[in-house]
Design a protein around this ligand. Structure first.
Ligand code: JAH
Length: 260
C-alpha cells in the first residue's frame, strides 16, 4: 500500500516514521509520502486560507492549492486510490472501515486546518475517486493530522504480513472490532500485587469456567462503559463462543494454572 499525506504541518507526521510503521516500511508493505500543501501555492506568502463565504468565525482552506496537489498526486498512476479527509463532520471511523481501507492500493490523506477545506474539493474529487470524510470521534482537534495518524496506524497493522502474532487479530475481530463487546480484563504474574489478587477462576485451568467468566466480565464492562453497543441490536455471543463454552463444560482442570 502507498500512503500520501498532504498537510501544512508535514513535520507533525514524523511519529509515523517510528516503531510500528517503520517496520512495515522496512518490509516493503507500506510506502509513506508526506507533502507540504504550501508547495502547491504560487504567491509570495504561500497562502492556503481565506475568509468564509456567508460570514462566520475563522478561515477556510482555499481550493486551488488542494486541487493542484491532488491533481499531481493522483495523476501519477492509473489507479488514483481513495481520498480521506479527516473532519469532525465526517462519518465515524470504525474497525470495520479500517478493514475496508486496508484492502486499498493507495490512500491519500488531505489534512485540513482552520475551519476546514472548501467543500468543493471533496465534491470535485468524489467524481474521480472514492472520497471519505471521516471523524475519529466527537471532539475537535486543531487539524486533521492527528486523526490521519490514528487512521493510518489502525489500517497499517491490518496489512497482510504486518502483525507478528496473527492470533491477536482473530481474537480482536469478534470483540470490539466487530462492534460486539468490550474486551474482558487481563492479568499476568505476580498472582498478588499490592494486595490485589488475580481472580481465582483464571488460576483453575477450567477452560469452560474461564470462558464463561470472561464473557460475563465483557458484558458487565460493556453495560457499564458502552451501553450503546448492547442497544445496537448486534449479537453479543457468536456461535463458536457458545460451542467452545459447551465443549469445555464440566471439564477437569487439564491445562493447569500458569507456572509461578
Ligand atoms: C479540525 C480540520 N474527529 C476528530 C477530528 C478530525 C479532524 C479535525 N478535528 C477533529 C479537524 C480542524 C480542521 C480537521
Amino acid at each position: 500500500m502507498r500512503i500520501d499525506v498532504v498537510s501544512i504541518f508535514p513535520d507533525y507526521l514524523q511519529p509515523l516514521e517510528l516503531a510500528l510503521l517503520g517496520r512495515a516500511r522496512a518490509d516493503g508493505l507500506l510506502t509513506l509520502h508526506v507533502h507540504d500543501l504550501r508547495d502547491w501555492t504560487h504567491d509570495r506568502h504561500r497562502t492556503v486560507d481565506d475568509t468564509p463565504y456567508g460570514g462566520g468565525a475563522g478561515m477556510v482552506m482555499k481550493p486551488e492549492p488542494w486541487g493542484e496537489a491532488l491533481d499531481e498526486l493522483t495523476g501519477q498512476s492509473g489507479n488514483p486510490g481513495h481520498l480521506i479527509v479527516p473532519t469532525p463532520s465526517g462519518t465515524l471511523f470504525t474497525q470495520s472501515l479500517a478493514e475496508q481501507l486496508a484492502t486499498e492500493h493507495r490512500l491519500i490523506f488531505a489534512c485540513g486546518r482552520y475551519e476546514g477545506i472548501d467543500q468543493r474539493v471533496c465534491d470535485h474529487y468524489a467524481r474521480r475517486m472514492p472520497v471519505s470524510e471521516i471523524s475519529i470521534g466527537d471532539y475537535v482537534l486543531s487539524g486533521g493530522e492527528v486523526a490521519a495518524m490514528v487512521i493510518i496506524e489502525a489500517v497499517a497493522r491490518l496489512l497482510p504480513g504486518f502483525v507478528g502474532n496473527p492470533d491477536s487479530l482473530v481474537e480482536e475481530s469478534h470483540v470490539v472490532g466487530a462492534g460486539g463487546l468490550l474486551e474482558y480484563p487481563v492479568y499476568t504474574k505476580p498472582v498478588r500485587w499490592r494486595g490485589e489478587e488475580v481472580p481465582e477462576v483464571l488460576r483453575t485451568g477450567h477452560h469452560g469456567r474461564i470462558a464463561r467468566w470472561r464473557r460475563e466480565q465483557a458484558l458487565l464492562r460493556t453495560a457499564t462503559r458502552r451501553p450503546d453497543l448492547l442497544a445496537s441490536g448486534r449479537p453479543v455471543l457468536s456461535a463458536p463462543d457458545v460451542a467452545t463454552s459447551a465443549a469445555h463444560d464440566g471439564e477437569s482442570a487439564e491445562g493447569a494454572a500458569p507456572q509461578a
